[in-house]
Ligand binder design. Structure first.
Ligand code: AMP
Length: 212
């Protein structure tokens, strides 16, 4: 099973990708996480990447494709995977089959821009295991602490309102054209990303099973 999850920043791709990855026993590949791992290594490349991410811009196709090509060789991808955050433009979508083979389905999680800024300013993630929370809609049991591993929760540097506005602009200019690209290939499924996390994942799983 080779799936792609697309949607604007804050649509819930990461949260739903984790749930789908557990449900279907397939790898979760987040290109944003791959980039953040590189930043943690404090290499020259990591430094360059962090400047781009903190401005809300896209990292070059070349860097992303290198990281993805390496990740896909990992043993956990042998049953399939769910891609979260890739492709982010038409050129990446065109190159994708040469890196990972043919994709089975592409799921678009739709959320209106007006909801996104409020959603993202309350978003927190675990500094250790990456588990996602929202201070209002999905709070941890203890404020600022991960339920799973007791590590500290952090807000991403690129989740501040000004950077989120730029990320939405980049999404509409560069990423949204891939919706038509996948529609024309008859691969696109669209689901509403507003509502309860569990309800959305149920709809997602049902839609995928119905589309087999
Ligand atoms: P995400 O965690 O998916 O929201 O990604 C965070 C940031 O990483 C994005 O705003 C981009 O700067 C960068 N990024 C992630 N995936 C890609 C990609 N496929 N192409 C270019 N930049 C990316």
């Amino acid at each position: 099973m080779k799936l792609v999850l697309i949607g604007c920043p804050g649509a819930g791709k990461g949260t739903q990708a984790k749930i789908l990855s557990n449900h279907f026993k397939i790898a979760h590949i987040s290109t944003g996480d791959l980039l953040r791992d590189e930043i943690k290594l404090k290499t020259d490349l990591g430094l360059k990447i962090s400047t781009i991410i903190e401005a809300g811009e896209l990292v070059s196709d070349e860097i992303i494709e290198q990281l993805l090509s390496k990740r896909i060789l990992n043993q956990d991808c042998k049953n399939g995977f769910i891609l979260d955050g890739y492709p982010r433009n038409v050129s990446q979508a065109e190159n994708l089959p040469s890196i990972v083979g043919q994709i089975d389905k592409v799921i678009l999680i739709s959320v209106d821009d007006s909801i996104i800024i409020e959603r993202m300013s309350g978003r927190r993630s675990c500094s250790k295991c990456g588990q996602m929370y929202h201070i209002n809609y999905n709070p941890p049991k203890v404020n600022g602490v991960c339920d799973m591993c007791n590590s500290k929760l952090l807000q991403r540097n690129d989740d501040t309102p000004d950077i989120v506005k730029n990320r939405l602009l980049v999404y509409h200019n560069s990423t949204s054209p891939i919706i038509d690209f996948y529609k024309s290939k008859n691969l696109l499924l669209e689901i509403d990303g507003v509502g309860n996390i569990d309800d959305i994942s149920k709809t997602l799983i049902d839609t995928l099973q119905g589309a087999k």
